[in-house]
Design a protein around this ligand. Structure first.
Ligand SMILES: Cc1cc2nc3c(=O)[nH]c(=O)nc-3n(C[C@H](O)[C@H](O)[C@H](O)COP(=O)(O)O)c2cc1C
Ligand SMILES: Nc1ncnc2c1ncn2[C@@H]1O[C@H](COP(=O)(O)OP(=O)(O)OP(=O)(O)O)[C@@H](O)[C@H]1O
Length: 142
């Protein structure tokens, strides 16, 4: 039984998220998703949708077996609980694969790091980014 962990903010859901989660689910038998706490989303604008509501929506997606809210301070606490065999990083996630692997083994956690593939927009009207959806809302509704 291969357990996979995916993670991210998942503020306003779009097909890029579904693609990532299906890719991650295809890497193993059971997919757990860690949904980042708003307080930890410091590398971009904080999410609009509350933490628990983002977890609820991710948990309702077909590829997902269980969605967990992330730990507020220590990102390795949920990993210790879930004990994944694979951590699937998103195609554009800023985490450094080697640094993450080193930090995991320093905590005694042994799992492989894999990268998921991107879903490219094949039509100009596809909105495959939360940031682009928000920009569209601001442009068209203000
Ligand atoms: C292995 C791993 C575990 C994570 N665990 C948590 C966590 O427990 N709590 C949390 O708020 N964020 C957690 N994160 C998410 C990061 O804090 C970061 O916000 C997230 O990678 C942002 O992704 P995005 O920009 O693609 O949405 C984790 C990330 C990784 C790679
Ligand atoms: N078009 C896409 N194709 C594949 N994976 C995607 C796509 N968009 C987002 N993801 C993945 O989904 C996960 C969560 O992404 P995130 O919540 O940051 O969404 P986002 O749409 O990229 O947000 P933003 O536009 O604010 O940067 C990440 O692992 C990211 O790589």
């Amino acid at each position: 039984m291969t357990r996979v962990v995916a993670q991210g903010t998942f503020d306003i859901l779009h097909p890029g998220h579904v693609h990532y989660l299906q890719d991650a689910a295809d890497m193993g038998d059971e997919l757990h998703v860690i949904v980042a706490r708003s307080v930890n989303v410091t590398h971009k604008q904080p999410p609009v949708v509350p933490d628990e509501q983002r977890r609820e929506m991710v948990g309702a997606l077909k590829p997902v077996d269980e969605a967990h809210l992330g730990h507020p301070e220590d990102i390795f606490v949920p990993i210790e609980r879930i004990e994944p065999d694979i951590i699937a990083l998103g195609y554009d996630q800023h985490h450094d694969d080697e640094q993450l692997e080193a930090a995991l083994s320093a905590r005694g956690l042994d799992c492989d790091i894999c990268r998921a593939s991107p879903l490219e927009a094949e039509a100009a009207d596809r909105l495959l980014s939360t940031g682009r959806i928000i920009d569209r809302i601001v442009d068209e509704r203000s």
